[in-house]
Write a protein that binds this ligand. Sequence first.
Ligand SMILES: Cc1ncc(COP(=O)(O)O)c(C=O)c1O
Length: 421
Amino acid sequence: MRLGRIGLVVATGLATLLYAVRPRDDGGAYDDYFRGLNAMLRKNGPARPSLLLDLDRLDQNIDVLRQSIREPKHFRVVDKSLPSIPLLRYICERARTNRIMSFHQPFMNQVAAALPGSDVLLGKPMPVRSAEQFYADLRGDFDPDRQLQWLIDTPARLAEYRALAERLGRRMRINVEIDVGLHRGGVQDTAALESILAGIAAAPERLELAGFMGYDPHVAKVPSWARSRQSLIADVHAAYQGYVDYTRSRHPELWNDRITLNGAGSPTYRLYENDTLLDDLSVGSALVKPTDFDLDTLAPHVPALFIATPVLKAGAAARLPGLDALSTLLDWWNPNLAQTFFMYGGNWLAHPAAPPGLHNNGLFGRSSNQEMLNGSRRVVLGVDDYVFLRPTQSEAVMLQFGDLQVVRGGQIVDRWRVFDQ
Ligand SMILES: Cc1ncc(COP(=O)(O)O)c(C=O)c1O
């Protein structure tokens, strides 16, 4: 009898404790921005999963960038993070640049054909056969001997490119990848640099030094308790300066006033406002700001890219198949399970953004066909309304939906093709 009473007290205590630590209800309704987009899409939308690119927000991000990257520095657009010719063309016009950083041979050929006035720097060292394919697929007026810089990380790769240049009767512009702290390859000491510079100097009719590339995203990502940002950027600068000084003093014959000193990326470009060494800064993702770029260094940037997909089914609390009793317990415990929605498609590299308080259901699982989302009673969403998600990154996600739906003033004003792969 007494044991029974103790059991009851313990069970009540446990239930009270569990109830006290239950998740907070974080549901809500669309804000004005998403309410407007939802109304527009319900009338004129493609009624399938699609990617919205908001030009007003993109403009805002380009303007932030232009205030930071000023003459004599130049802005170089990262094509893999904005993989669409009309989008690249729009950004180049508004930001007044013709510089592109390219990462994929089919993209390079599309850029060369559609934007023949561009100045292209490779963002990664490509297999020599990939370079050969680029020349084979080249169409139009783009002149790689003048407008393209291949990225070279080792003397062995340089030798392969030199052999290709000889076979094709071309002169190649060579940019050297230097490790400024990221440790993702590239030249790591002056001995390795010397081998590459000597290789270029030995073949002046085939090879030309075009510059350096030193990428540094770790500067914005190493936790501040481990290293101060100031000391990280000082190390990047010292390493970069060391390679430049070495080249100028030991190989003055290779130096010229067209040399490109490239660095940075979305996470770090705003840290270079007072730098006087680099003259060419690469930025892509920050212009559409996926969630991986919710960084303090990008605070003035705004999200400009959203997946929008219709709700197919809306219902009551989440039911886990075959586990109804557990479902009842979980639904009692978690207010954010009070409603269930199945959306058209899913399982993207993305997080639900609007209406607020939508969550994936880890127990039900993910689906690329009709994905379950749950939300509290406060979530205002019905069948045929749209769920908006923010991609975690742009480069993979932008290639998954066909044409971009281009939005201006809350209306779809154009459809832009993405790169063929
Ligand atoms: C060499 C290099 N530069 C710059 C970037 C920056 O690209 P984003 O601005 O899209 O992050 C990258 C991204 O991977 C890179 O590899």
